[in-house]
Design a protein around this ligand. Structure first.
Ligand code: AMP
Ligand code: ZN
Ligand code: MN
Length: 941
């Protein structure tokens, strides 16, 4: 047996092992009924980039969107600033030190706060050096894993994976024409910074360009380091895996070195450039400004824009290249006789690989090597085992020469989707037109095998773009898998929604609280136990699951009331259908009413908060929305209100005569329409544009609307707090601004304004709508409403943070979504309200004039919170006035009834009932107050 045969056997055994593991896990998974059939390696091996909340460049086949700027319509957002720099040399910067030694220390930046501090530090500099490290093997488009920044005083290494969603903090310093950024060979870095962080470099000095102008023999950084600094570096480290954390010391040192000496090198090169000028100054007429030329060439680099590459069908470019090589005699394909089949297979494999790489966010090479594609197309292996063998063999042949050998072959992508690959090769998937959709459907469709992520879900959502030829569009009718792409996309969005917003940690901890006589009082979460323990009000009596015993006599006992609801152990499942994989908290009494209940009628307990899976949640939510309309009609109190522009109109329209549906526009509808018009207006089909315009016009009382109206409409229905958040996120503080001011600021932001204060906006303009538009664009209004209102309603108090910030990921999953037993839940909202009250009045009033007949707007900051304007408050006021407390209690019962009728819940805890009275105060423990020597109701706030 020769060496090659031995390898063959080893490879076959290895592949068989892989396959058998694959089938066993498949089998095991199938037996679990609740889990969707999952075969993809990513199910058990999540990738670091999955922690990114937002990506600017996703793997869809749609073009990259750059930040916008009024002045440079469609082009580079800083075209004007950069062009100005091409004309005159940038102001000189002076170096304080000549000290070249590399400090052993550097600053490792990995928190938002540190990054903010760095931004402030850098804003005070006139020059700093930058370098970036990329990761490209396990990513489709690649991403920046590290940014090194050096000032004369300090070296900073920024963990851009931890801070991926916060990097826009550096936007102002990077685009500040007054601060020079020194790079070496910035061509790629400039594009990468745009791609990942929407950072645009303005005012660049590229030491490689300086080398060009000076006609240096070499222009590599290694050469410059050796020549000017007497430092040698191991450039092989460049190709290391920069995702790893912690980074090994030699990689940290390499990274630090790459930026540390750049300022000194730049200084040396600038001196040489100046010297060249004086040497050539004997001929003043053709005086060549060397410094200006180096700076000009550098800033030309800044003018480049990142773009995604496009092909007329996925994988086409590579397929053509492979075929060109093979058919022109450069390859060694044996079966020339089967030319057509070979070509067809190469194309199919390239398409498959392209799609797989995008779906899994892997590089093409990682999915399947070109030599493996050629081998597969040539040999047309008949079985799954043969496929694995062919790939492994092809890679072994080439990698023994190359140094890629550390890559797994066949890749995990191939292994976990071997069935598809087999069908593809055996021509069982129909023509190429269908393959694309079939695979996409299998991976990301309703019961898709592969995890949805921010990188891949838009492949579905945006797939029916013009970029993909008609024949490849995602509207597949024959097989009836998918009725249309909208439905398809909606499914994907739902999955992602589940992933992002459902409670990741169990909501109920089922910790127990016993009275001092040993009787069980209730179940609750861990936080509540800790609260009592820390105040020495209870002692721990059990560990797993934890239980405490109170050291004081509680005010009431659950059994006193003949209701054992509070001593039921609550299960972490949907109370509707029992689903245990994903659930959200659902508030049975809509917050828009409950928030206006008098304090003593708010039951600060879990009775009216239940867990529902996303599907039941949607059903319950729809029923609640419908019932709100019924209430609106019954009470004659409209759900939504017009913005009335002039007083005369207001007087013409007394509130009681306002009909709910016909006259009103929901703030959400309005915001979505305005957002869509602002972002896509000119490119929209006329009919759709008109439809949306009508919605906005209806809000403004039917008059013509301007761009400014659209921008103002974006803020409608947001609480002042949300608006401030939004403002902060875009780098603008809206705290005391009036409606008009707000719209001005907005305007700046949307155009990616160039003033320092507004520059952060560009990214966020993209991102804010990440919340609304990206999620909603492809879907029908019902879904938009459900998903967005869930965000508004269910997670609004902590939710805006959760959705948009990345830093507290873990917190969100545990603490943030947990509490539900006591008043905390609702109190989040109340806090908002109190805060609103103290912060601003004017804004709310302007957006929500109330119609009390007097024509003067009432001050009421509770109005806008959940997007229903004054409806909730008016209903509650009416009930209290007509029926007193009982009116509210009955109102609550009606809502429970609505809930029960909509869901027919089979998994409600025993003791839950529609009648549940709000009078009993047991759920809230009485607590001994040592200061007052009294017993008072416990509250954890
Ligand atoms: P540098 O500009 O040398 O800091 O390189 C920045 C990034 O570009 C590295 O982190 C690599 O990901 C990538 N890169 C540059 N040159 C190469 C190369 N020859 N091979 C692989 N990756 C490279
Ligand atoms: Zn997969
Ligand atoms: Mn580097």
């Amino acid at each position: 047996m020769d060496h090659k045969d031995k390898i063959k056997i080893a490879v076959t055994v290895a592949s068989l092992a892989v396959i058998s593991i694959f089938f066993t896990t498949q089998y095991r998974r199938r037996r679990k009924l609740k889990c969707p059939p999952s075969s993809c390696y990513l199910q058990t091996e999540p990738k670091p980039q999955h922690n990114f909340k937002r990506v600017l460049a996703d793997n869809s086949y749609s073009p990259f969107k750059h930040a916008k700027n009024e002045k440079s319509s469609g082009g580079h957002p800083y075209e004007a600033e950069i062009t100005a720099l091409l004309e005159k040399p940038p102001p000189e910067f002076k170096f304080v030190t000549d000290d070249l030694k590399l400090n052993e220390s550097f600053v490792w930046v990995r928190s938002k706060l540190q990054l903010e501090e760095l931004a402030i530090t850098l804003s005070r500099e006139t020059v700093f050096a930058v370098d970036t490290e990329q990761h490209s093997l396990r990513s489709f488009l690649g991403f920046t894993a590290l940014i090194q920044i050096s000032t004369e005083k300090e070296d900073y290494l920024i963990d851009t994976m931890a801070l991926h969603d916060e990097m826009s903090i550096l936007h102002p310093v990077f685009s500040d024409p007054g601060i020079c950024k020194v790079f070496h060979g910035a061509d790629n870095d400039v594009l990468w910074l745009q791609r990942d962080f929407c950072l645009y470099v303005v005012n660049l000095f590229d030491t490689a360009k300086a080398c060009e102008v000076l006609s240096k023999p070499q222009k590599s950084l290694a050469y410059l380091l050796e020549t000017y600094c007497n430092v040698t570096t191991n450039k092989l480290l460049q190709r290391e895996d920069w995702r790893q954390r912690p980074l090994p010391p030699e990689m940290l040192q390499y990274a630090q070195t790459d930026a540390h000496y750049l300022l000194y090198i730049a200084k040396c090169l600038i001196d040489e450039l100046k010297q060249q000028e004086t040497e050539n100054s004997s001929r003043p007429n053709d005086k060549f400004n060397f410094v200006l030329e180096a700076s000009r060439r550098s800033n030309m680099v800044c003018l480049q824009l990142y773009t995604k590459e496009f092909e007329s069908y996925p994988g086409e470019a590579v397929a053509s290249a492979i075929l060109y090589r093979q058919l022109n005699g450069q390859g060694d394909v044996s079966s020339i006789s089967c030319k057509t089949q070979f070509q067809e297979l190469v194309r199919r494999l390239c398409t498959w690989r392209d799609l797989m790489a995008r779906v899994h966010d892997e590089s093409l090479r990682f999915v399947l090597s070109e030599q493996a594609i050629v081998a597969l197309a040539d040999k047309v292996p008949a079985t799954a085992t043969d496929i694995c063998f062919t790939i492994a063999q092809a890679d072994l042949d080439v990698d023994s020469v190359n140094f890629n050998s550390c890559l797994p072959s066949p890749s995990p992508v191939v292994c976990s989707h071997l069935g598809d690959l087999h069908n593809l090769i055996q021509d069982k998937l129909g023509n190429l037109d269908d393959i694309f959709q079939a695979i996409l459907h299998k991976c990301l469709g309703p019961n898709g095998s592969c995890p949805l992520s921010v990188f891949n879900y838009t492949i579905l959502a945006k797939c029916n773009l013009k970029l993909i030829p008609q024949r490849n569009r995602l509207v597949y009718k024959q097989n009836g898998w998918v009725k249309n792409s909208k439905q398809f996309a909606r499914k994907a969005s739902r999955e992602l929604f589940v992933q992002k917003f459902s409670c990741k940690a169990p909501v109920y901890h089922n910790c127990r609280i016993y009275a001092n006589d040993g009787r069980l009082l209730c179940y609750c979460d861990r936080r509540k136990l800790d609260w009592y323990i820390h105040r020495n009000l209870a002692k721990l009596v059990d560990d797993d699951p934890p239980a405490i015993m109170l050291l004081f006599e509680p005010k009431g006992r659950p059994e006193d009331e003949g209701n054992d609801f509070y001593i039921q152990s609550k299960k972490n499942i949907c109370v509707g259908c029992g689903e245990g994989n994903h659930y959200l908290r659902y508030r049975i009494i809509p917050s828009c009413y409950r928030m206006h209940f008098p304090e003593h009628l708010k039951s600060h307990r879990s009775h009216d908060i239940v867990l529902l899976c996303v599907d039941c949640h949607e059903v319950a939510h729809a029923a609640a929305e419908k019932y709100k309309k019924q209430i609106a009609a019954e009470f004659g109190i409209p759900l939504f209100i017009h913005k009335v522009v002039d007083l005369k109109q207001a007087q013409d329209r007394p509130s009681s005569s306002m009909k709910t549906e016909e006259t009103g526009v929901s703030p959400l509808q309005l915001r979505t329409a305005a957002m869509a018009l602002l972002r896509h207006g000119p490119r929209m089909p006329t009919v759709r544009r008109e439809e949306l315009r009508q919605i906005v016009m209806r809000y403004y009382g039917g008059r013509e609307i301007s761009e400014e109206d659209l921008e103002r409409a974006l803020l409608v229905g947001m609480s002042p707090r949300e608006r401030r958040r939004l403002g902060k996120k875009r780098g603008v503080y809206l705290k005391h601004s009036t409606c008009v001011d707000v719209s001005k600021e907005e305007h700046n932001n949307f155009s990616g304004g160039t003033e320092k204060s507004a520059t952060v906006g560009a990214t966020e303009a993209n991102n804010l709508d990440g919340l609304l538009a990206t999620e909603t664009e492809p879907f029908g209004e019902k879904e938009i409403h459900h998903f967005a209102t869930v965000m508004d309603d269910d997670i609004s108090n902590t939710g805006f943070d959760q959705v948009t910030s990345s830093t507290n990921n873990k917190n969100r999953n545990s603490i943030g979504s947990e509490v539900s037993d006591t008043k905390d839940d609702y109190d989040g909202n109340d806090d908002d309200v109190y805060e609103n009250r103290s912060v601003t009045n004017g804004t709310v009033d302007l957006l929500y004039p109330t119609y009390d007949g007097s024509g003067s707007p009432k001050h009421n900051s509770k109005l806008s919170l959940l997007g229903h304007g004054p409806h909730g408050k008016q209903v509650v006021d009416y009930l209290l006035q007509e029926y007193g407390d009982d009116g509210i209690r009955q109102f609550c019962q009606r809502w429970r009834q609505v809930f029960v009728e909509a869901i027919h819940p089979s998994f409600l805890p025993a003791g839950w009932d529609v009648q549940h009275s709000g009078r009993r105060e047991f759920g809230e423990f009485s607590v001994y107050n040592p200061a007052k020597k009294t017993v008072a109701a416990a509250s954890m706030s």
